[in-house]
Ligand binder design. Structure first.
Ligand code: PXP
Length: 256
């Protein structure tokens, strides 16, 4: 069954929009991403994803510690491959880390990781995480070279970047080209022994097309769920997205 990881960064973005400069821990600040994570779990998601960015623009260190304590599903920690953040991950011990590229000026993670260019350093990070019992995923564009490099690094998972597909959803030719790249990338990853997640820009509207991408284990979805929750609540927003994911062919069906 295709699993759903909910990215709760956007809840923290809303909090920081009002309370970024608050230094008094006694003051009530809202909305609380940990409370949101617990609601998502109750609504049926399979994991919680949070990205502690180097500039702490949304999730802050305390959120991560509280998430680790509070949630009962899997914690997926999105992180840059930087010494400070690696040390935090080793302290917090999420179930899995997803290594992403991080540029200060970007609004959200914009491109996939350059695994080919950073192979040595990523192999070291992967080893340190695995030694601590933490699985490793690498966020990559659907590019054969990057996927082969991810396998050489020894990662357990890749997360396929679906942002380009989502951005071109309204343009049939471009969207289908990108969908083909995602299909090929998932097949290559499976062949070289990587497990495959996917995420970025997925919505109830574009998600049904993702069903043609084989071997998917988990989708990580944030913005569309939190946006929808403003109008219908988190519980129903999760139900809607789980509804759009239902019917994804399972591994047995793919093999036959
Ligand atoms: N996966 C990764 C690696 C991401 O960086 C993000 C965005 O934070 C997501 C998934 C979720 O993307 P979205 O918020 O567009 O659903």
């Amino acid at each position: 069954m295709l699993k759903l990881g909910v990215n709760i960064d956007h809840v923290a973005t809303l909090r920081q929009a009002r309370y970024r400069s608050n230094t008094d821990p006694r003051r009530k600040v809202e909305p609380d991403p940990v409370e949101a994570a617990l609601l998502c779990e109750r609504a049926g998601c399979h994991g919680i994803t949070a990205h502690l960015r180097e500039d702490r623009r949304h999730i802050v260190d305390r959120d991560l510690l509280r998430l680790r304590e509070a949630i009962t599903t899997r914690l997926n920690f999105e992180m840059a491959n930087s010494p400070e953040i690696i040390a935090i991950a080793l302290g917090v011990r999420p179930d899995i880390v997803c290594v992403v590229p991080e540029l200060r000026e970007e609004v959200t993670t914009e491109g996939g990781l350059d695994v080919v260019g950073g192979e040595e350093s990523l192999r070291l990070t992967r080893q340190r995480m695995n030694d601590a019992g933490i699985e490793v995923s690498l966020f990559v564009d659907p590019d054969q070279r990057q996927i082969e490099a991810a396998a050489r690094v020894g990662a357990q998972f890749i997360e396929l970047h679906t942002g380009r597909f989502a951005d071109h959803f309204h343009l049939k030719r471009e969207r289908n080209e990108e969908l083909n790249r995602l299909v090929l990338a998932a097949k290559t990853a499976h062949e070289v022994g990587l497990q495959v997640n996917a995420g970025h820009g997925l919505t109830t509207e574009n998600l049904p097309l993702i069903h043609v991408v084989p071997h998917l284990v988990e989708l990580n979805i944030g913005h569309s769920i939190i946006s929808r929750a403003v109008f219908i609540g988190l519980d129903r927003a999760i139900q809607e997205i789980l509804g759009a994911m239902a019917g994804y062919p399972d591994a047995v069906a793919l093999a036959s």
